[in-house]
Design a protein around this ligand. Structure first.
Ligand SMILES: [Mn+2]
Length: 485
């Protein structure tokens, strides 16, 4: 090859190289452009996210500031109210104590023996242990034709966690933001062993009443519900204890609840109890069911404290709205066509369970008849006739044999009712065909009763959960005597 040819070749190679380089450069710039575009987009996204976060934080701060202000107001109000209540209670207790002393009977000796044992038990137990799940002795899977739960059917921890996460997501997506916020506020009322009286806005309360009224209106007088669920008896304004129940057994929608009535009167925080339960009903209508008790009634509310609480904290107008709501509440519930639930008990006017659905609502509680008995009657151990006189001067008492016959005729396993304070929180009658559940422990700070909750498993296996009374809170111990209302 000549020099010239060599030079040409070298030049051509250079040119080719340059061409290739040029192409490479072009390719790089395209990639770079794409990458730059991507980066820009990402940065924009980041900015947007940051702005969102800032807004959310600001909103939160505003909310917290509001809450703090409210808390301060509440605390000031509370101090005043507590002083008022102390005065009231001092007057009230004198009368009540006299009544109770008159009512103490022969049962007291037995109660005293048990009390001494129990006192030792309670003192030894710390807070974590105060809740006892009794699975060994008090299962009623024997005579009630129920099956035990298979181990395979029990959810693993992982599955439960996933479920909880799903539920939480659902919570966040709830459209009903205001109800969610009120529930949050109501849950926070407890601080240590004290339950704050919350500031409740009247328009908030009206909103809750209107919403829950519409739900009750859609429900039948006799609810048909499926297990698994927890059944609670009387609460009577003991908000601290209601929160304990949910803390231990989990709030809806993780758990399903049936309450047997008597949410208000006697206790100090009837409004908190009622509003929390109603909010949960609005948020999860298929996870919590609220039956009417004899205290969901205007006349009794005027005698036993709820009217006064409404008048002091809200208004008489609001009380009237709540009365209308009570008049619309369902009366009774049937679980898996097997367990019949009501606040009081049986009636001579109840032959067939479906009769309960013929009770038209809204209605006040009459002085006699089916609705009156369902909310007021009591079992009577000593009774030989089917029905007898009730010491409450309203409704009737019914006998063991009547319960057994009724249960058999109607293909039931169990009747579950509330309405009477029972020492253990639950008490059987008529060879375990009827059970009384009373959920307010240490009732009115005057009694040393446990609070009971009945758990009905998926296959109708029944367990009892027990809330121990908290003597440190009440500072009082009294023997159990039967209260008339
Ligand atoms: Mn009652």
């Amino acid at each position: 090859m000549s020099d010239e040819e060599n030079q040409r070749e070298e030049i051509e190679e250079d040119l080719n190289k340059n061409d290739k380089k040029g192409k490479k450069n072009k390719k790089l710039t395209k990639k770079q452009r794409k990458e730059e575009e991507k980066k820009k987009k990402e940065e924009e996204k980041k900015k947007r996210k940051e702005e969102k976060k800032k807004k959310e934080e600001e909103d939160k701060k505003e909310g917290e500031d509001k809450n703090e202000k409210e808390d301060k107001n509440e605390k000031e109000d509370q101090k005043d109210d507590e002083e008022k209540e102390k005065d009231k209670n001092n007057d009230g207790n004198k009368d009540e104590n006299k009544k109770e002393e008159n009512q103490e009977n022969n049962k007291d000796d037995k109660v005293n023996e048990n009390k001494e044992k129990k006192d030792n038990d309670v003192d030894d137990k710390n807070d974590e242990e105060e809740f006892i799940i009794d699975t060994s002795t008090k299962n009623i899977n024997n005579e009630t034709g129920v099956r035990k739960v298979n181990k395979d059917e029990i959810k693993t921890e992982e599955e439960e966690e996933k479920e909880n996460e799903d539920n939480n997501n659902k919570d966040e997506n709830q459209n009903n933001d205001s109800i969610y916020k009120i529930i949050k506020k109501l849950k926070k009322a407890r601080k240590g062993s004290i339950c704050q009286e919350l500031f409740i806005k009247e328009d908030e309360c009206n909103y809750i009443i209107d919403k829950s009224y519409e739900i009750f209106k859609k429900e039948e007088s006799l609810l048909k519900i499926q297990a698994p669920l927890y059944i609670c008896g009387d609460i009577h304004g003991q908000y601290y204890d209601l929160l304990r129940v949910f803390d231990i057994l989990k709030y809806p929608p993780q758990s399903t609840f049936l309450f047997l009535g008597d949410y208000v009167d006697r206790g100090k925080q009837s409004l908190e109890c009622l509003l929390l339960l109603l909010c949960l009903k609005i948020q999860y209508p298929d996870k919590i069911f609220l039956l009417r008790g004899n205290h969901e009634c205007e006349a009794l509310n005027k005698m036993y404290g709820f009217f006064d609480e409404c008048k002091r904290r809200l208004s008489i107008k609001c009380f009237k709205k709540i009365t209308n709501l009570f008049n619309m509440m369902p009366i009774s519930a049937l679980i898996n066509e097997n367990i019949l639930c009501m606040h009081g008990g049986l009636s001579k006017d109840l032959q067939n369970i479906e009769q309960i659905n013929k009770i038209l609502r809204p209605t006040d509680i009459p002085d006699e008849g089916l609705l009156c008995d369902l909310l007021w009657s009591d079992p009577n151990e000593a009774l030989t006739e089917d029905f007898g006189i009730n010491e409450r001067n309203i409704s009737v008492t019914f006998s063991k044999d009547y319960v057994k016959n009724f249960v058999e005729k109607n293909n039931l396993d169990l009747i579950c009712r509330a309405h009477q304070v029972v020492e253990e929180g639950f008490e059987f009658f008529a060879d375990m065909k009827l059970v009384t559940i009373f959920t307010a422990p240490n009732y009115m700070g005057e009694f040393d009763n446990n609070g009971g909750i009945l758990e009905v498993g998926e296959d109708l296996l029944c367990k009892f959960h027990v809330l121990r009374p908290n003597f440190e809170r009440s500072g009082k111990r009294r023997k159990i005597t039967q209260l008339i209302n």
